[in-house]
Design a protein around this ligand. Structure first.
Ligand SMILES: Cc1ncc(COP(=O)(O)O)c(C=O)c1O
Length: 448
């Protein structure tokens, strides 16, 4: 059939004809923030939750690979040809550092994970994607997520056409009544709430953590509602030393799929994360597999396997630290704690009077500031251009309404000087908006 277009005409696609997620604000959020940051390279950025760069050292990458190779040789008995194959060839879909991940979980988190239930992924992002892909059977399925939530999760859900229903976080980090209510509401509408996504430790973006009691209650409600809990824990080890048990450590009924990332505890460039999915998946003939094995089928069609070179680097870092990411990050954790203190003290000094408020997490990468005026993308643009400071509008982390008067400040990547300068600039922005009222925007602000 001919379309009537001349041969050789450039191919053109219509966005409206592509996957609807491509039109969704959740997928544009990260690009927008990166794009603003790239246009104002001198701005102090409280926007991105990147790990500190002070201890990056190329030599470590080589050393870690050597350590991992020694482990394959000496602990696992690999011959030299098998060793080369392990690093150069296509590899096991579920990964080659699964035993080390399981050791790390035992050492740092008190989680006893079967290495066979571990799927090593291309960052936690891939773990989220393949879990959501597996859980979404048809358009009756919905995902619950504590709101505000991580845009990476919302975006992945959009890509697999899985609606995300927000659950209120309330004062304590999760409103269990609302969780039960949302699950019931979904069921009453003929839908299947499959799981609830939650970050119990130093959540992104809120910085909030759940008490141990609440974690236990959350597991109970998930059991009553027959929901899986998707526990995402990239920041849990960056606290003041008082560790609370992860949901997975408390989980006695395989209710929790644990999502791990080495982006902050290793380094983001390695792109290594994982899922622990020990749930039994029953087949019609009475046999069962592990959810990890089903996820592995999806992964084999998404990324084939996680780069063994990247896994070797992360594996080497684990091995050199007795498989403890807490031990591996003693210096980094001290930097984050000091930055957090500096941000909280600095906010207190600059905003002593009422009008602004902020939370005071005991760890993680983020503080949330509540403002007496709206803080949206246009104000961010204005802030970058006129005051040289970047932050993230909290509205990016709410599916619909919410967070309009709040900003997330990420302090993990900044030096003390930059934090002081950034807070001064942020205070100047606040004074500017307060003086000018809403006139500051959009009259002088522009996305151009
Ligand atoms: C809540 C949350 N989950 C996961 C990740 C890390 O994902 P990845 O391992 O793909 O870098 C991040 C990083 O920003 C995050 O904030």
């Amino acid at each position: 059939m001919e379309s009537g277009r001349p041969a050789g005409a450039a191919a053109e696609l219509d966005l409206a004809g592509l996957h609807p997620a491509l039109d969704d604000p959740a997928l544009e959020s990260m690009n927008f923030l990166n794009e603003v940051a790239s246009r104002y390279p001198d701005a102090v950025s409280f926007a991105s939750g990147r790990p500190c760069e002070e201890f990056f050292d190329i030599a470590l990458i080589h050393r870690y690979i050597d350590s991992f190779c020694d482990y394959l040789r000496n602990e696992l008995g690999y011959s030299e040809p098998r060793l080369s194959q392990a690093l150069f060839q296509y590899g096991r879909t579920k990964g080659i550092v699964h035993e080390l991940v399981a050791r790390h979980l035992a050492v740092d988190e008190g989680i006893q994970a079967d290495p066979e239930a571990v799927v090593v992924t291309v960052g936690c992002q891939e773990a989220m994607f393949i879990v959501l892909r597996a859980l979404r059977r048809d358009d009756r399925d919905v995902l619950l997520a504590i709101s505000p939530t991580y845009v990476g999760l919302t975006g992945a859900a959009r890509l697999v056409d899985l609606p995300v229903w927000p659950v209120r976080s309330g004062q304590s980090g999760v409103d269990l009544g609302d969780l039960a209510e949302q699950a019931a509401r979904a069921r009453a509408a003929g839908l299947r709430p499959r799981a609830c996504y939650v970050m119990p430790d130093f959540a992104n973006p809120s910085g909030a953590s759940l008490s141990t009691e609440l974690r236990q209650q959350l597991l109970d409600v998930a059991g009553q509602q027959d929901l899986l809990l998707l526990e995402d824990n990239p920041y849990g080890t960056f606290g003041d030393g008082t560790r609370l048990p992860t949901l997975k450590a408390l989980d006695t009924s395989r209710r929790v799929v644990y999502l791990g990332s080495f982006a902050k505890t290793g380094f983001p460039g390695a792109r290594v994360g994982y899922a622990v999915a020990d749930q039994r998946v029953m087949a019609g003939n009475g046999t069962f597999s592990l959810l990890a094995d089903e996820l592995s089928k999806i992964k084999s069609m998404v990324s084939v396997n996680t780069s063994p070179v990247a896994q070797a680097v992360v594996g080497g870092k684990l091995l050199e630290n007795g498989c403890s990411v807490i031990k591996a990050n003693i210096r980094e954790t001290a930097v984050y704690a000091s930055n957090l203190r500096q941000v909280l003290d600095g906010l207190g000094r600059r905003f002593p009077a009422a009008g602004l408020s902020w939370n005071a997490p005991s760890g993680g990468f983020f503080v949330v500031v509540s403002l007496p005026f709206a803080a949206d993308d246009e104000l961010l643009e204005y802030s970058a251009r006129e005051h040289g400071v970047l932050w993230t509008p909290m509205s990016h982390f709410y599916g619909a309404e919410g967070g309009t008067h709040q900003v997330r400040l990420a302090y993990s990547q900044l030096t003390p000087d930059r934090i002081e300068a950034g807070l001064d600039r942020f205070a100047a922005l606040v004074a500017d908006v307060r003086t000018a009222g809403s006139g500051v925007r959009p009259a002088t602000a522009s996305r151009a």
